[in-house]
Design a protein around this ligand. Structure first.
Ligand code: NAD
Length: 256
């Protein structure tokens, strides 16, 4: 379905980003990976699906590196047809204790980076009259949780950016939508399970149950594979007129 298209997925050396990259690769899209840590393992996993794979290690908190990544992707593959803004970090503290540098980093990586990649990807998408921008927001783009001020502000912001991008492209073949996962068991969330286990003296299993029980009625994690399939749907012809939605896959978290 996506043969000949190129998808750039930020923060795709791990977790949800890698899951989405692999789902798009299974549909035939060439992939540009981005993120920290080992890139060779994720590159091999994507290449095994029979598509071309590139990598750029841009730091999503640095606009000049984002510009270099977008230029590299365009030079290597011709154009970015599908942009998945996924890179994200978390920091947990009350507003009055929130370290200023952590606030700035969360907003830069979880929100501002998507503005930069989108502004740089849109001209070629408009010229081709086809494109997909998929913003990985969160259920925290729809509701709040205590001690996550920067994250919730950034995720509400990216839902807003999604709506405006969808409006500005509404008469074109370019769409922009957001995905809003509840808990997904990735390294980002395992850190929160570990913190709970340490603070309350619980086993990993008990802390996991407690984490789910506080927020997610299904008591079940969403998987990167399921989120990947939602991204595939947004890229399909059936998604041609799906514009500006923030679609949750959250085990009924936001239904409460
Ligand atoms: P993860 O920690 O497994 O992966 C994050 C990815 O982002 C990694 O590849 C990491 O290298 C990359 N990254 C981090 N900082 C970066 C930077 N400055 N520049 C470039 N890359 C950077 O996390 P995840 O859980 O897969 O999260 C992915 C996205 O999904 C995030 O936007 C997160 O907010 C969102 N999300 C996660 C959950 C969850 O429960 N895990 C729920 C809702 C939304």
């Amino acid at each position: 379905m996506l043969a000949g298209k190129t998808a750039l997925v930020t923060g795709s050396t791990s977790g949800i980003g890698l899951g989405i990259a692999k789902a798009l690769a299974r549909q035939g899209a060439n992939i540009v990976l981005n993120g920290f840590g080992d890139a060779e393992g994720p590159k091999a996993e994507v290449a095994a699906l029979g598509v071309k794979v590139g990598y750029h290690g841009a730091d999503m908190s640095k606009p000049s590196e984002i510009e270099a990544m977008m230029a590299h992707a365009a030079q290597t593959f011709g154009r970015v047809d599908i942009l998945v803004n996924n890179a994200g970090i978390q920091h947990v503290a009350r507003v009055e204790d929130f370290p200023v540098d952590r606030w700035d980093a969360v907003i830069a990586i979880n929100l501002t980076s998507a503005f930069h990649t989108s502004r740089l990807a849109l001209p070629a998408m408009r010229a081709a009259n086809w494109g997909r921008i998929i913003n990985v927001a969160s259920v925290h783009g729809l509701v709040g949780s205590a001690e996550k001020s920067a994250y919730v502000a950034a995720k509400h912001g990216i839902v807003g950016l999604t709506k405006v991008t969808a409006l500005e492209t509404a008469t074109t073949g370019v769409t922009c939508n957001a995905i809003c996962p509840g808990w997904v068991l990735t390294p980002l969330v395992q850190k929160q399970v570990d913190a709970k286990a340490a603070a309350l003296g619980l086993s990993n299993e008990e802390a996991t149950k407690r984490l789910l029980g506080e927020k997610e009625p299904s008591m079940q994690f969403t998987t990167p594979e399921e989120l990947g399939e939602l991204a595939v749907f947004f890229c399909s012809a059936a998604g041609n007129n799906v514009r500006g939605v923030a679609w949750n896959m959250d085990g009924a978290w936001a239904a409460q």
